[in-house]
Write a protein that binds this ligand. Sequence first.
Ligand code: AMP
Length: 466
Amino acid sequence: MTTPRFDTLPLAAPLQQALQEQGYTIPTPVQAQAIPLLLQGRDLLGCAQTGTGKTASFSLPILHAIHERPRAPKPKGTRALVLAPTRELALQVAKSFTTYGKNVRFRQTLIYGGVGQNPQIAAMRGGVDVLVATPGRLLDLIDQRCVDLSTVEFFVLDEVDRMLDMGFLRDVKRIVAMLPEKRQSLFFSATLAPNIVQLAVSILRNPARVSIQPETTTAERIEQRVAFVDRDHKRPLLELLLAEQANAKEAKLTMVFSRTKHGANKLAKSLSMAGFAADAIHGNKSQAQREKTLERFRMGLTPVLVATDVAARGVDVKDVGLVVNYDLPNEPEAYVHRIGRTGRAGASGLSVSFCANDELDYLREIEKIIRMEVPRWKDHEWYLPELEEHYRRGGRGSVPQGQRQGGQGRSGGGQGRQGRQGQGQGGQPRQGGHSSSGRQGGYGRVAAVGGAPQRDGGGNRSRGRR
Ligand code: AMP
């Protein structure tokens, strides 16, 4: 099947015009499959992660229907309800509706927690065409009789896997129970585990299925590497990567993932002290702080963002060239989401994961779901061949004491030769001028990370040894 162009899809002229202005001519696979089905009024079960263009795949048909069949919304009511697991994703979705619907007359509002509820109540008073909401605050406002779901025609559940991970199952079920029987329902999830399919079956009616396999996106656009390292050497290895990024001809943004909020804060602080302009984003920060942090990141003022999984949902920044998994996630699906922060909108990206001896089981789970071996990165000073060997033999947990040699008595925890390259003087942010730097070329010296893994991976090890 050849991919159609947007202008061959029966989308209303104001939408075609907005797409043209965005420079979108070819629908992504999920859009090419989903949009025609949704225009026919079908329910949809979509297996697609962020970065595949799924937001446009549901917002365009909804905007089309609103444009073709304009109707005054009922006070406190909405015609379309999109449920998203996080504030960031909700904001992102609303932004897409604004972009694609810029030539359509429609009213939209957002409801999410962490901010005052009065403006949200006021915005709902006259009713809207599109409401994008997170489940908890939406239920609060429904309970206070400030929102009425009885006129919903389109219901979208976005990133359901994450929604369930965050414990929203009961809330989602309560919300679904308030929707009218007659509606069009769309359900998107990056994975279709049995509990997710069960929920989908209870919500959808004879749904069309669209599946965009994560491995297509992970394998094709994003170069992945894993570095087997000692926990103490993650920090110098990260500095090495950041220095490479800062010195690259085409400086790009870097997202670093940490498993805990505390870890994210600590890492961002110590990177800043070391001269890398870094900030942290996590669930303990207020909505205003998170938005400010994201904006500074997007602009390249703080080109290193340390994030936890939850906070990173919905972060859609086009110029992220590098994702570092400082800690491997304990849920393998999170890996796919994390690395999907790079390689956005058709760009290419690099993801480097650090695997210490207590993370072997996490790596095993990840390789199982992406159905490939993450290429090894050996060409660095802190490579631990014995840990890789232990992993290769199916070892779980830690490397037995007797076999551990690497990582001991090496380069003093971070002052290895390469680790010092590119460090700024006097604590000046090395990447501060990022946004004005030229954007061509590759990853600079980091290209070595993406190069073919060396046969003699231990070659560099001896350098750091005493
Ligand atoms: P999403 O998966 O919805 O988060 O979208 C990922 C990114 O791709 C967003 O930055 C969109 O603006 C962009 N995008 C969506 N559809 C297209 C398209 N057909 N052509 C080019 N970029 C697109």
